[in-house]
Design a protein around this ligand. Structure first.
Ligand code: NDP
Length: 287
């Protein structure tokens, strides 16, 4: 049996079309959502992400503000820019592209963003709000994974979920979202023992490790739903954290790389920017 491929690219295109329609609905009120992206330094992967974020922001009718700063930028200069963006009413969402060059204090920069404009959901207040079940900005990559899971499975209640990876940007918020949806969640990491056996119990397996083809086919529970967050550049091109060919013989459904989680991340960034715009204008959260 071959697993169903969960087409994140198509799902994200639908989501962006819906966002574009909602952005158009705001225009008569004189509201144009604005997203500011701050890139410090010349990391090639970050440059690609920032370019496509800007393009897609404009495509849905939002305003994109791009701020490119040299790698030598000091903390004070960066914080001064964040303060300006916080105060700018045309800016509804602020994203600082990570990782920052060495010497800059990432946590201090993220926590300087107004929580209402923190469309990445990394500000400590948003992390705390998500963890305590309060209205939060939810990190884009795990939010995109959750949407794909809900779309495919319906309710996640009672399902065994294993998340491999415990980073602040993917693994931990993914675990929080699965828990919020009443899955039974296990978070694995580099010190986890007998990971293969643990994965074999997972109805939902989320891989966010950063190692090409790390998850083997025989780690998958027959019929499981597998979400591959990994983006690994290899000589054979972009590959995920899961051995797709082997896993798709056993899983019920699996996301491809590319074309799975990646496009969902940017679409969710736009969704968060729309949500931030609605909240700052006293409007209900967009559906
Ligand atoms: P990090 O490097 O921050 O975290 C990786 C996690 O994997 C860590 O928790 C680490 O454990 C764990 N890990 C490493 N080796 C092993 C191992 N042998 N066994 C079990 N666990 C292990 O990565 P990110 O969370 O930032 O990203 C993960 C992947 O997702 C990357 O490939 C990244 O490119 C991709 N990504 C994709 C996005 C998208 O839009 N599709 C967005 C963001 C990331 P420990 O904590 O113990 O070190």
């Amino acid at each position: 049996m071959t697993a169903q491929t969960l087409d994140g690219k198509a799902f994200a295109a639908h989501l962006r079309a819906r966002i574009a329609a909602q952005v158009a609905d705001l225009a008569p009120r004189g509201i144009v959502p604005g997203l500011a992206v701050v890139l410090v330094g010349e990391d090639p992967a970050s440059q690609v992400y920032v370019r496509s974020k800007g393009r897609m922001t404009r495509e849905v009718g939002m305003t994109s503000f791009e701020h490119r700063l040299p790698a030598t930028t000091d903390q004070q200069t960066l914080l001064a820019l964040i303060a300006r963006l916080n105060a700018d009413p045309a800016v509804n969402g602020i994203l600082v592209q990570l990782p920052l060059p060495k010497g800059l204090d990432e946590a201090a920069v993220i926590n300087a963003i107004l929580p209402e404009k923190d469309v990445d959901g990394f500000h400590i207040l948003n992390v705390g709000r998500l963890a305590t079940g309060q209205k939060a900005m939810v990190p884009c990559t795990p939010l995109g994974c959750l949407m794909l899971l809900r779309d495919h499975l319906g309710s996640l209640a009672g399902r065994n979920a294993v998340v491999i990876g415990r980073s602040n940007i993917v693994g931990k918020p993914m675990a929080q979202l699965l828990l919020r949806d009443s899955a039974t969640v296990t978070v694995a990491h580099s010190r986890t023992q007998d990971l293969a056996a643990l994965c074999r119990q997972a109805d939902i397996l989320v891989a966010a490790v950063g190692r090409a083809h790390f998850v083997q086919g025989d780690w998958i529970k027959p019929g499981a739903t597998v979400i591959d967050v990994g983006i690994n550049r290899t000589e054979a091109g972009l590959v995920g954290d899961v051995d797709f060919a082997a896993a798709s013989q056993i899983a019920g459904a699996i996301t491809p790389v590319p074309g799975g989680v990646g496009p969902m991340t940017i679409a969710c960034l736009l969704a968060n920017t729309l949500t931030a715009t609605a909240r700052s204008n006293g409007l209900p959260d967009p559906e």
